[in-house]
Design a protein around this ligand. Structure first.
Ligand SMILES: Cc1cc2nc3c(=O)[nH]c(=O)nc-3n(C[C@H](O)[C@H](O)[C@H](O)COP(=O)(O)O)c2cc1C
Length: 309
């Protein structure tokens, strides 16, 4: 009799967040959950990362806010959000119904704002972790970005770490000189995991009008165009730290996700693909299981960081 092969073990522990599989949805591409609940079974996700939350409600940028490029999406949404109170009141009762970890993406315009929004989530039932979006300019100390200035990055992660009991996941910006320095700084500040990459700063121009395609002039590029950049940065960061890594950038199917796992990511997040194909995360979970089975790997962890280089 041929022995029955057990299904591969897809479970991942992301710095204290127990996930049933390694496939998450990326912040800003899946709303706060209800927007996608009629289209996909949210319980099948490894984790859900909600759109960035600030202390107060914000409106975001003028339109046009998005523009489709040859192989990616350019966006300058400007982080519209219902604010901490609005999010907790409107969306948390809905999210608590599901058996899926909720990771809240947070942002601020000063170090104190980041710390304060992190502190407030200590008392919110059903939140499993905080992802820190550092791709925002510091309005108090000039226009330097928290995500590209190593000193400011450290101060934000330190401040958030000091105020929260929840697992902390700084989300790294791709446009830095040495991604390893930011990954190591996050680990040294007590982060439980890191995620990367955020969208890449970019510009699209209408040659006829000689105007930018976005009202904000520049935006962040996401989608297939950034996947090879993201893979390289994930590969570098994962080798530099021992905390778990979430790979993000242009993942549109299981093969893309598997490439990130091979590069060293412990989990992945699907972003832009959710806009064109909401079922991508679920298909990716099935595709990873099928791949592990085909390659005789018992656990998804057996694939992580196996790049033959
Ligand atoms: C429309 C849009 C909104 C986004 N909003 C956020 C956000 O609020 N916070 C954040 O950290 N990242 C945000 N991102 C970045 C994504 O989470 C992700 O890091 C990036 O798009 C790269 O992944 P992708 O190529 O799979 O989309 C947003 C991306 C898009 C396209």
């Amino acid at each position: 009799m041929t022995p029955v092969q057990a299904a591969p073990d897809l479970r991942v522990n992301l710095g204290g967040i127990a996930m049933k599989n390694p496939v998450m949805v990326a912040s800003g591409t899946f709303g706060y959950g209800p927007e996608y609940a009629d289209l996909v079974d949210l319980n099948q996700l490894g984790a859900m990362v909600v759109k960035g939350i600030h202390l107060e409600p914000t409106r975001g940028n003028e339109t046009p806010r998005t523009f489709e490029t040859a192989s990616g999406l350019l966006n300058a949404i400007g982080l519209p959000n219902p604010g901490f109170d609005g999010f907790v009141k409107t969306y948390m009762p809905f999210l608590r119904q599901y058996d899926v970890p909720v990771i809240v993406n947070i942002w601020g315009r000063t170090v104190d704002e980041y710390a304060e929004v992190a502190r407030r989530f200590n008392d919110v039932d059903g939140v499993h972790g905080l992802e820190i979006n550092v791709s925002c300019p510091n309005i108090k100390e000039g226009s330097a970005l928290f995500g590209t200035d190593l000193d400011m990055f450290r101060r934000v992660v330190d401040a958030v770490r000091a105020r929260t009991r929840l697992p902390v996941i700084p989300k790294l910006a791709p446009n830095v000189g040495d991604i390893r320095a930011f990954a190591c700084a996050a680990e040294a500040c007590g982060a439980n995991a890191i995620s990367l990459i955020n969208s890449f700063p970019a510009l699209a121009i209408d040659a006829e009008t000689r105007r930018p395609e976005l009202a904000n002039v520049t935006g962040g590029l996401s989608g297939p165009a950034i996947k090879p950049i993201a893979l390289k940065l994930v590969w570098e960061a994962a080798r530099a730290v021992s905390i778990p890594v979430v790979g993000i950038g242009g993942i549109f199917n299981a093969t893309d996700a598997i490439e990130f796992l091979i590069a060293g990511a412990d989990a992945v997040a699907i972003g832009t693909a959710n806009f064109t194909h909401p079922g991508t995360a679920m298909e990716t979970v099935r595709g990873i299981a099928e791949y592990l089975d085909r390659h005789g790997l018992a656990r998804v962890g057996d694939l992580v960081g196996t790049l033959a280089a």
